[in-house]
Design a protein around this ligand. Sequence first.
Ligand code: APR
Length: 383
Amino acid sequence: MSLQFSVIPKECCHFISATYSPKSFLISLRKHTCNSCNEKEIWICLHCLHIGCSRYCNGHAQKHSLKRGHPVVFNVQSMNFWCYECNSYVINNSLNVLFQLALEDHTSNFKFYQPLFETYDVKGVAKYIQKNHVKNIIALVGAGMSTTAGIPDFRSPGTGLYFNLQKYNLPYPEAVFDMNYFPSNPAPFYEVMKDMFPGQGKYFPTKCHRFLKLLNDKGILKMVYTQNIDGLESVAGIPNDKVICSHGTFRTSHCLSCHKKYPDTSVFIESIKKGEIIRCSCGGLVKPDIVFFNESLPDEFFESIKNKFDDCDMLLIIGTALVVYPFANLVDHVSINCPRVCINREKVGKMMCYDNLGRDVALLGGCDDIASDLAKYLEWELS
Ligand code: APR
């Protein structure tokens, strides 16, 4: 289809080619409000996908253009390109490619240009699940899902683990789990492990763990990617082949010197309970296979993320600050048509857009309470 313009656009030489993926361009097309003022009459900068409002609002698009030297913008409502250098509607071959991409998506995915949820709250999410027969849910979970089990998270001010390590005189809190620090001073880690080590009959699955188990019983849970090392997902009865321990596991260990593998870390349980440093028969340090900073995530994680997200039809993001990569990037592995539901005390995720007009929704509060409410609106029994 050729371009139908009310005015004849000029041939423009100020936009040569896109420096971003088609997926990033399409995600921008579905944004609804100006980055700076929430106005809805917006232009997309085709040089960096910044969203600015028109000069009939607060002129943030033109201000961005002048400040960054990005002259060409696109308006998805009118499907027109404007160049602040040419001071005219414009077109060229590269712009025409973007136009076709936008037209195709706008035509075949029109419903995703409208608000996805009737209401951007627990009830709206429950209704969406029922109305759209959601059946491939992926959950990305973090330490916030286990706090009501009695396990502190890491970054909650005051209660998070990283706020309570003063006695170890660490150079920085994360050092306790850092491969650049651990070999030279392993004692703090083994002290901390005394409380964290799972299977000591101290911690039990929370209501939110049981909600994920219920999703599995209903046949609509596809995968759980957990950053947690407490093992409570499998204690809750979620099948192990549906849980990816993205930040490793305490279950197994290995020696840092001779690389001997220990298939069952609990052989050291007496030393663990005393917070003692665990040594291999060769004298080297034995380290559980939890992922430290400056260590790679398990191969199983990278294998799994290659193809598990394509048919995900709802992403749940539960109890995580989404600040540790590459795990935090997973929110962008789902298709641009996949709703993303953040269940957390506060909004998280640089890549999320909580404008209550698109596919992202934040359900703020305690994850156990939200899980209970979701089950109630879905008319499910959650113990
Ligand atoms: N309900 C809802 N949200 C909660 C709850 C709760 N009961 N408790 C805590 N939270 C929220 C916090 O507000 C915070 O946003 O959960 C999030 C926990 O964030 P972090 O403490 O940073 O934990 P997490 O995101 O899992 O950390 C990721 O960092 O230190 C590394 O490897 C470690 O896996 C860990 C990673």
